[in-house]
Structures are given as C-alpha cells and as structure tokens.
Design a protein around this ligand. Structure first.
Ligand SMILES: *Cc1c(COP(=O)(O)O)cnc(C)c1O
Length: 395
C-alpha cells in the first residue's frame, strides 16, 4: 500500500487545515468535495500493475478516496504518522488494544474508561490470555508501581467517561514507556482541536468519530491515529481483522469535520455557560466540568488542554427514582439517549457505580450527563430549570 497523503493546506491554522486538507478537486472534475466512493473491485491495467501492487488503491476493504479524505484531516489534526478510519469508536479501541498485545501480556486501563471498552478487555482479551487490570484515573506517577514486565498497553481517557477525571497524559506516557508499554488515549471529548495526546507522549489516539467529528448524530465511525513506531502493528491488526468504514459514512464524517472548529467553539461556550449556571442552582451539589475552577483536576486540564467539550456531568441532591423520572421525562429540548456530539442537546441519568472496580463511585445523589447542543442557551436553561423544579418537588 503506498503512503499517498492529501494535504492541500499550508496548515497555517487549524481552521485552514479543516477546510482544505483531504480534498482533491483536481481528481474529482473540480468538484469541491470528494464524493462517495463505493466499491470492492479496483481494476489493474496490466499484469505488471497487478504484480507490483503500486497502485494507490488495490482493494475496497483497504480504503478509498472518501475514507482517505477523512484520514488526511484527522491525521493532520493529531499530528500523527498515519490515521485509519474504522467502523466505530469501539472498533478503534479494540483494534488499538489488539495491536499492542499477545497471549501472556498484560494491559492497564483507567477505571474511568468508556464502559464497552472495558467489556471488550474483560470479555475478550482475558479469554485470549491477556491479563486486564484497572487503575485509579488519578494515579499519575503511581502508574510506575503497577507496571509489570509483561504490561504492553495502558489505556487512558481524558477526561473520563461519565465522571470527567482529567489524566496527565505526559506523566502516564513516561511511566508506560519506562515499562515497555504503549499509551493509548481516547481523545473523543476534547477533539484534537483542544487536546493533542501524541504531542504529550501518547502512542495511539482513538476517537469516537461518531461524536464531535460527525456532529449530526447520523453516522457511526471511529479513527485511530498513531506514531510511526506504533503504525505497523495497528495497520496489520486492522487489515487482518477486515475492519472497513464505508464511503457513504466517510463522506458524512468528512462533511462534519469541515465545521468542527466553529461547532466546538459554540458547544464549548454554551456548555461552560450552562455548567456555571448549574453550579448556582439549589438542587445541584456538584458540577463535573474540567474547565470550571471548582473541578478537582482543573489545573491538569489547564496545563494540557486549550479548550473544553460539550459534555459534562452534574450531581443532584439525593432523591428517589421518581424524582429522576420527573427530571428527565418532561424535558422539552434535551433528549434522552446514548451517544453525544450532535447539534441537539442530550441529558442522561447515569450510574457509574457498576462500571467501577478500583474507585467505587460513592457520592450521594443522582448523577446526570449532559451534552450541550447548539440550541439557544436561555431555552436550554429554562428546560433544565423546570426539570430542577420538578425534581425538588418530588424529592
Ligand atoms: C461513544 C464513545 C466511544 C465509542 O464510540 P462508538 O462510535 O459509539 O463505538 C468511545 N469513547 C468515548 C469516550 C465515547 O463517548
């Protein structure tokens, strides 16, 4: 496979990169966007062409111009050696882990990790003879003591799913590397616009492209970006397993990426406004948003991130299930559902307790996770305000 790179921009700024990278109008009759390529078979003109395997595309499963249009943009954003588009964020996590381990190896995963990734590790890696251990998301330099001679991968997520602990990637990378392991980071929350784990020492960065990259709740996709050292293993495992993202889906990821910087700025501003407002509400005991000065990891966030995402949590005073139902059942604008990253706001009651093994979630009260969409901030506050009143009335 050749290493064709599509970079049209002088990359003077992130905004220019997002709007110009990964496009090849000259290859598409002048059309601005790379269209949807559908296809399995790619034709060779001669036996010599077939044998040399030097064509840019050889077989559909390895990718096509539409999937490459996404990979070029994400690769430039992450400052990676190579990036691959895969069918989902979970597939990005599973491929990244499989690329690092073999039977007899050991992996360490943050206790705050996205739960389906944990389930893959417990339900599949363990079965293949890989030991799986979890660590306190605040472990920092303490990771060194947990490393074993056969530890080959450390999976971090910053901030953590549901509970929003921020992890110091540079510290984890140093400990992982000293012990002969690679550091994988799930960077879905901040996107590479606001956090670049490879620059902080990570080896592999995974994204639920389904979320902010796509931005419209209409596609499942994931990306894996790696250093030059990690790329051959990731490329080999993905190829062996046959993971492929379709041109139809890739087209929508590429479309989403074009507006990522203005969407992130708008999500960030609205989410911060609403998070700060929630802190002043009576029924709210805690807001879990790393960019708020009240967040326990605010200092690490400030050091490593240049912005914040759409997603945060808040805890309400202890109350019955009926109160939680009163809160969510009559929301007018916030929808209730999994995933996040779209233009529409979401609110989900969550129970991190069952997904924890190292740091049990023991806080009193009910935890909610919200994704702040692109609606009017005052409308969203009014929706939450009415929900808080219903909650307090039922408590
Ligand atoms: C949603 C999510 C994933 C998984 O992405 P899918 O595309 O749904 O498979 C991984 N990590 C985080 C942090 C997520 O929020």
């Amino acid at each position: 496979m050749n290493d064709h790179k599509i970079s049209n921009s002088p990359a003077s700024s992130i905004e220019t990169l997002l709007t110009h990278d990964g496009r090849e109008p000259d290859e598409q009759f002048g059309f601005v966007n790379t269209p949807v390529y559908r296809g399995s078979t790619i034709l060779f003109k001669t036996l010599a062409d077939l044998e040399s395997a030097q064509q840019r595309f050889l077989y559909g499963r390895a990718g096509n111009p539409t999937t490459e249009s996404v990979e070029a943009v994400v690769n430039a954003l992450e400052g990676a050696h190579r990036t691959k588009l895969v069918p989902s964020g979970l597939a990005a996590i599973t491929i990244a882990l499989l690329a690092c381990v073999k039977t007899g190896d050991d992996v360490l995963i943050t206790d705050s990790a996205y739960e389906p990734g944990r389930k893959f590790a417990d339900g599949y890696l363990e079965r293949m003879g890989v030991s799986v251990r979890y660590f306190d998301p605040h472990i920092g330099t303490g990771l060194t003591e947990l490393m074993r001679p056969n530890t080959r991968a450390v999976l971090a997520e910053s901030p953590g799913s549901l509970t929003f602990e921020v992890q110091d990637i540079a510290v984890l990378a140093e400990a992982a590397h000293a012990g002969g392991a690679r550091l994988i980071v799930d960077n879905s929350w901040a996107t590479p616009l606001y956090h670049r784990p490879l620059a902080l020492g990570a080896d592999i960065v995974v994204h639920a492209a389904t979320k902010m990259f796509v931005g419209h709740s209409d596609v499942m996709a994931g990306t894996i970006s790696t250093t030059e050292e990690a790329w051959p293993d990731v490329d080999r495992i993905r190829t062996l397993l046959g993971f492929f993202a379709s041109g139809d889906d890739a087209f929508l990821v590429a479309r989403g990426l074009r507006t990522l910087s203005i969407r992130m700025a708008a999500h960030q501003e609205r989410a911060l406004d609403i998070a700060a407002w929630l802190e002043t509400q009576d029924a709210v005991t805690q807001v879990l948003h790393p960019a708020l000065p009240s967040h326990p990891d605010h200092a690490i966030w400030k050091k490593n991130f240049t912005g914040s995402g759409s997603l945060f949590g808040f805890v309400l005073k202890p109350a019955s299930r009926d109160a939680v139902a009163a809160f969510v059942d009559h929301l007018q604008l916030f929808g209730m559902g999994y995933s996040w990253g779209g233009y529409e706001s979401l609110c989900l009651p969550v129970k991190p307790g069952k997904a924890r093994t190292v740091n049990p979630w023991t806080r009193d009260g009910n935890l909610f996770r919200v994704h702040i969409g692109l609606e009017g901030v005052d409308d969203l506050k009014a929706d939450l305000s009415a929900a808080l009143e219903r909650y307090s009335a039922v408590r």
